[in-house]
Design a protein around this ligand. Structure first.
Ligand code: ZN
Length: 349
C-alpha cells in the first residue's frame, strides 16, 4: 500500500500534517494541514478526517474545501467541528475573498459530519471507522479505519498525562491493528515536553506580570500546564476576553477550563495592582509580549513506547509529524524500537 505524506516535520517551521492513501477503491485523507497541498491533491478524496482543531492539521482546508468533490464526506468530532467553524468565520472576516466564496466555504465547514467516540460508523461496503480520544486537546481524536485489506490507526497528535482524564489517549488494548501512524512525536527523550515548558517557565518566573501571546485553541492547555509549575505558583493565570468564544464552546461540550482556582477569566474589576503576580494569556496582537510562545503538546518517548506496546500483537509503527532537529538520534531510536520514520512523499506501508 502507498501512503503519501505531506509536510512531515523536516524542519521546525513545517510541522504540518496530511496523509493520503487508497483502500477498497476509495481515497482517504487524514488531516489537511499541508501548506503545499493543491486543489488536485484533494479533488479525488472520498473521505477526509480531521483529528483536532490545531491549524497545522487543517489550515489548508480553508483554502481547499471548495475543491473537494460534492460527495466527499469530511468527518471530525462535534467539539472540533464547532471550534473549526468559529475559527473559519474569524479568519474569513479579515480576508477579501469575496462574499460568495466566503459563504460557500463557511457552508462547507458547517456541513462537516460529526462522530462520537467509541461508536463504529460504517462508511460504505466493508469500510468502517471508529474515533477514540487522543488526549491531546478537547475533542481530539484518533482515527481507526478498518477495510478488508487494512486495519489502520492514525493517532493524530496524542497525549497522556497521569491523573488527567481529559489528557489521556484511550483506545482498547484488544484493538486489532496492522499499521499505526503516530503523530506529534518528540522521540528525543522522556517527558521532553515537560522539560521544555519548565525551561520556559524558569526564564520568566522573575517577571511579576507576564503576558503570553497564544492562539485561543492552545491557551487553555497552556494555562493548565502553567498552573502546575512550581516556580510560577504565586502567579494568577488570567484568560483575556478574546478567548471567551473558545471557553464557551468547550464548556458547552462538557469540558472544564478552570481545573484549578488560580485560573480566572479576565475581570475588569481586577487590575494588576490588586494581584501582585499575573500571567495573562491573550491571542490579541499587543505591541510587546513578554513571551511569544509556540506551545507544543506532543507525546514524548516514554509515552510512545508504552502506547506501541499496549496492543496484543505489535503492529507496524510509523512515526510522523516529528521534530527533526537531530535526525541521527531520531533514526537510531527508531531502529532500537523497531519503528519506521515517515518521509515526505510516497511511503510504502
Ligand atoms: Zn495539535
Amino acid at each position: 500500500m502507498k501512503l503519501i505524506s505531506y509536510g512531515i516535520g523536516t524542519d521546525p517551521e513545517r510541522k504540518i500534517t496530511t496523509y493520503k492513501f487508497e483502500t477498497c477503491g476509495k481515497v482517504i485523507m487524514l488531516d489537511c494541514g499541508g501548506d503545499q497541498l493543491t486543489p488536485s491533491d484533494v479533488s479525488d478524496v472520498d473521505y477526509l478526517f480531521i483529528s483536532h482543531e490545531h491549524l497545522d492539521h487543517w489550515q489548508a482546508l480553508v483554502r481547499l474545501i471548495t475543491y473537494l468533490k460534492n460527495d466527499c464526506v469530511v468527518y471530525t468530532t462535534q467539539t472540533t467541528k464547532k471550534i473549526m467553524a468559529e475559527m473559519v468565520r474569524q479568519m474569513l472576516t479579515y480576508e477579501k475573498s469575496g462574499a460568495v466564496k466566503t459563504a460557500e466555504v463557511i457552508n462547507r465547514f458547517d456541513n462537516i459530519q460529526t462522530l462520537f467516540f467509541f461508536s463504529e460508523h460504517k462508511l460504505e461496503g466493508d469500510l468502517r471507522v471508529t474515533l477514540y480520544p487522543s488526549g491531546h486537546t478537547f475533542g481530539s481524536s484518533m482515527i481507526y479505519l478498518v477495510s478488508p485489506e487494512l486495519k489502520l490507526l492514525y493517532t493524530g497528535d496524542m497525549d497522556f498525562v497521569e491523573g488527567k482524564d481529559y489528557r489521556k489517549y484511550y483506545c482498547p488494548e484488544l484493538l486489532e491493528v496492522d499499521v499505526i501512524i503516530m503523530d506529534g512525536t518528540n522521540f528525543l527523550g522522556n517527558d521532553f515536553k515537560t522539560q521544555f515548558i519548565n525551561k520556559k517557565a524558569g526564564a520568566v518566573k522573575h517577571i511579576n506580570h507576564i503576558t503570553f501571546h497564544v492562539r485561543p485553541e492552545k491557551a487553555v492547555f497552556l494555562a493548565q500546564k502553567l498552573s502546575e509549575i512550581r516556580c510560577l505558583a504565586d502567579h494568577v493565570i488570567i484568560y483575556e476576553n478574546d478567548l471567551n468564544w473558545y471557553l464557551r464552546i468547550i464548556s458547552e461540550q462538557g469540558y472544564n477550563a478552570y481545573a484549578l482556582n488560580k485560573i480566572v477569566l479576565d475581570n475588569h474589576f481586577m487590575t494588576p495592582r490588586e494581584i501582585p503576580k499575573t500571567i495573562r494569556l491573550s491571542s490579541r496582537k499587543y505591541e510587546k509580549f513578554n513571551v511569544d510562545w509556540s506551545f507544543g503538546l506532543h507525546i514524548s518517548k516514554d509515552d510512545i513506547v508504552a502506547f506501541a506496546h499496549q496492543f496484543k500483537s505489535f503492529p507496524k509503527i510509523y512515526l510522523g509529524h516529528y521534530w527533526l532537529n537531530d535526525q541521527e538520534k531520531y533514526l537510531e531510536a527508531c531502529r532500537n524500537y523497531d519503528f519506521q520514520l515517515l518521509k515526505e512523499g510516497v511511503n510504502a506501508l
